[in-house]
Structures are given as C-alpha cells and as structure tokens.
Design a protein around this ligand. Structure first.
Ligand SMILES: *[C@@H]1O[C@H](CO)[C@@H](O)[C@H](O)[C@H]1NC(C)=O
Ligand SMILES: *[C@@H]1O[C@H](CO)[C@@H](O)[C@H](O)[C@H]1NC(C)=O
Ligand SMILES: *[C@@H]1O[C@H](CO)[C@@H](O)[C@H](O)[C@H]1NC(C)=O
Ligand SMILES: *[C@@H]1O[C@H](CO)[C@@H](O)[C@H](O)[C@H]1NC(C)=O
Length: 398
C-alpha cells in the first residue's frame, strides 16, 4: 500500500515535470507558434466556415474623387494609373508574326523579369519561350514578352538600361515602364501586364503570367489549352494554377511578405494562385483589367492583389496539380509527360527543355504497362511521407 502510494506520487511528479517542460517550450516558441499555427488556424477556420470576402469590394474600392485625381495625375500613354512606357511594342500582337497574321493568338505570356536577369531571358527565348518552335511544332501562335521596371540602383541604372535597349533591339520582346523594379512594386508590374494585354492583345484566347525562374512545358501547356478550347464552356471564366486557399496575412515584421493590419486587417486572403505561373482566359483577363481600374492597388503582393481583383469580379481560381507553386518538378520522363510549370530553375532550363521535349518521353507511358509503371514512379516521387517541395501526391493519380 505504502509502496504503491509512493509510485503514484513519483508518476505525478514526472507528469508535472513534463507538463512544465512542454509549457516552457511552448512559451519559448510562442512567437513562432502564434504566427504559424494560430494564424493559419484562424484563417482556415475563416476560409472554410465563413468564406465570405464581400468586404473586399467596398474596402478596396476607390472613390470617384480619387479616380479623378489619379486620372489627372497619370494620364500617360500607358493609360489610367500607369507609368509611362520606356520600351514598348504596341504591334507585337498585331499584324505579322511567327505564323503569319496575329488574328488568332492562343496565348499571351508575360514573364516577370528583372532588368539584370539577361541570362534567364536568353535561356527562356532559346527554350520554352521560342515562339517559332510553338508555331512550327504545335501550330499555335503564342506571344512571349518580358515585363520590366527600371533598375532600382541609381548608379547602375543607365548602364543596365542601355544594355536593355540593345537586347530589345535584337529581340524586340521587352515591355518596360518607368517604375522601380522592386519586390514592393510587383503589383504595379501586374497592372502593367493586364493593361498592355487589354490595349494591344485583347484577342488572345488566354493570358499567362510567370516568373523568370520557372520552366514551362510549352507543348503540354498548348495541348491543355487546345483541349479547353475544344470544350468551349471551359475556355471561359477560367483562372488556373496552384491555388492557395485561406492563406493568412503574415504579420512578422522581418518577413518579406509582411503585411500590416492597416493594409489588410482581415484574418485570411481570398483564394489566389501562386504567382510563379498561372493562366486566365481572355474574358477573365478583361475582368481583371476592369478591376485594376477601380480597386486600390496598395496591396503589394501581386498574387494576393490578383485574388482581390478576381474576388471583386466573381472569378474563382481552379487547381491544376501540374502547375507548381514554390515547388520544383522531379526529373523523370513520367513527370515530363504531364508537367505544365515547375518553379525554381535557373541554370538547368536548357537541359530540362531538351529532356522534357524529347519525343521518346511520350512513349514511356504508353499502353497499359507503361501507364502502370508511370503511376508507380509518380507515387514514389510525389508521395513520400516526409515534406518535399514538389507537386502534390494527388498528381500521381491525375
Ligand atoms: C489605398 O489604401 C491605402 C492603404 O489602406 C491608403 O493609404 C490609400 O489612401 C488608398 N488609396 C486610394 C486611392 O484609395
Ligand atoms: C526556335 O524554334 C525554331 C523552330 O523549331 C528553330 O528553328 C530555332 O532554332 C529555335 N530557336 C532557338 C533560338 O533555339
Ligand atoms: C515603385 O516605383 C515608383 C516609381 O519609380 C517609386 O517611386 C517607388 O518608390 C517604388 N516603390 C517601391 C516600394 O519600391
Ligand atoms: C462583390 O463581391 C462578390 C463576391 O464576393 C461578387 O460576386 C460581386 O460581383 C462583387 N462586385 C460588386 C461590384 O459587387
């Protein structure tokens, strides 16, 4: 009896100590936990239980007097609320182009690039951004343009600018406005893309915006868009990519994505696709253009701003498992057969392009056995239990 009692007391002691220790750890990590767990729980709860973002309409609407002032201040060639163009090609999407007259453009693709990323742009031109390749191999007209601001460093600006003019003289595919090309001006860059598209390429069936460090499997993308067009209904009201649902604003001051309560007081963002690469149909591009004319563009995270615009126009994003967010595709023929975008490429774009567009890729997954083999490979590559930054496990069964 006495022995038992002592054992119980010992147990309780251990319990108490453990609880204390856990509490200490929780308190030490509270800051992190608060930001990561609590804010996510709050935002997911909001997204999945309430899921109403009607407040965005009125909160981000600009009043008529603001509009007039903006109109007055910024009535440049670029249009309302835009900066003046430094490099422009208004006819790039009209008249003659690769594959003859540009009346029927399948896709206008804007690559968000930074002035000093000369090499990345060249890699893209020589691989997935090659318009002639898409015309001769796939029989579709696409336009690939690079969206730029000016170099933020005043000392280097003029030399970089003259290199840009030289580059543009050779390739004629840069679109640049007179704003500083910084992270916090990405929304300005987004507005430039939609305004340019509206003014000079509104006939394009689809519009895409992409980072300059992504890989686009152009043949797969073109086939996907052709399929959408052949089923007419889906070529409208479309916004597709890697969807973030119920993402919370990040309040940590040291984060690149920090957003203050003044700028966005609510617990959760409307759904949006990762800015790394997404596609909208022509009608949605027109709606986003309309939204940028009447909404406050102070939200500087461009993909979130896109979500706000879309919400105000009643457009919802749609998930496609082979559009990547932050993730990088595993290198394997069974993946190349389906991949649309893959993020985080710099030096390997050329080798990946050669490997992924090799005609033999398609044959590896042919037939019942090929299919079975590829599903097994994809499960192994995409579904391991530990965290890995690539397509989701669902993509293995798509
Ligand atoms: C846009 O919102 C910001 C921050 O909420 C505010 O400071 C600014 O005055 C607003 N601009 C317009 C034109 O409404
Ligand atoms: C682009 O594609 C065309 C047609 O396939 C090809 O002839 C040309 O060499 C390619 N350009 C580059 C820079 O690779
Ligand atoms: C955005 O560009 C404008 C025009 O060049 C500049 O005045 C502003 O400081 C830039 N904003 C940021 C946050 O870099
Ligand atoms: C306001 O928001 C809702 C959805 O949140 C949307 O359906 C509606 O079209 C929006 N726009 C206006 C101008 O009310």
């Amino acid at each position: 009896m006495f022995m038992n009692f002592r054992r119980i007391r010992k147990c309780q002691c251990v319990q108490l100590l453990t609880t204390g220790l856990v509490l200490c750890v929780v308190m030490v990590c509270w800051e992190e936990l608060d930001h990561h767990v609590v804010s996510h729980m709050r935002s997911y709860t909001y997204r999945y239980l309430v899921n109403s973002y009607d407040f965005l309409n009125s909160s981000y609407a600009i009043t008529n007097s603001d509009l007039e002032r903006r109109n007055h201040l910024n009535n440049w060639e670029g249009g309302l609320g835009n900066y003046p163009y430094l490099i422009n090609h208004p006819d790039k999407c009209r008249g003659e182009g690769a594959g003859g007259r540009m009346d029927d453009v399948l896709l206008l693709l804007f690559v968000k690039s930074s002035p000093e990323n000369f090499e990345r742009r060249q890699d893209i031109r020589d691989t997935w951004g090659n318009e002639s390749f898409v015309w001769s191999e796939l029989g579709e007209r696409v336009r690939v343009m690079f969206a730029l601001g000016v170099h933020p460093d005043a000392e280097r600006r003029s030399s970089v600018q003259s290199a840009l003019r030289q580059e543009d003289y050779t390739y004629g595919d840069l679109i640049q406005q007179d704003f500083l090309d910084t992270f916090h001006n990405l929304t300005t860059k987004l507005i430039m893309q939609f305004h340019w598209g509206h003014a000079h390429c509104s006939q394009a069936r689809f519009f895409m915006s992409a980072d300059d460090d992504i890989f686009v499997h152009m043949p797969n993308l073109v086939r996907y868009l052709q399929e959408l067009l052949s089923r007419q209904s889906e070529a409208k009201d479309l916004w597709v990519g890697h969807v973030h649902k119920g993402a919370p604003p990040i309040r940590r001051k040291d984060s690149k994505y920090h957003v203050s309560y003044d700028l966005y007081p609510w617990p959760s963002y409307p759904d949006y696709t990762a800015g790394a690469g997404y596609v909208v149909s022509g009608d949605v591009a027109a709606k986003i253009y309309q939204a940028t004319m009447v909404l406050n563009s102070s939200m500087y995270i461009d993909d979130v701003f896109m979500g706000i615009c879309a919400k105000a126009m009643g457009v919802s994003p749609q998930e496609h498992v082979f559009f990547s967010g932050e993730g990088k595709a595993p290198y394997h023929p069974c993946i190349y057969d389906h991949m649309i975008t893959s993020h985080g490429h710099a030096t390997d774009v050329r080798s990946l392009w050669r490997a992924a567009t090799n005609p033999e890729v398609h044959s590896s997954s042919k037939g019942f056995l090929g299919n079975l083999y590829c599903t097994a490979v994809k499960v192994m590559l995409l579904c391991p239990p530990y965290y890995q930054n690539t397509y989701s496990c669902m993509a293995a069964f798509a």
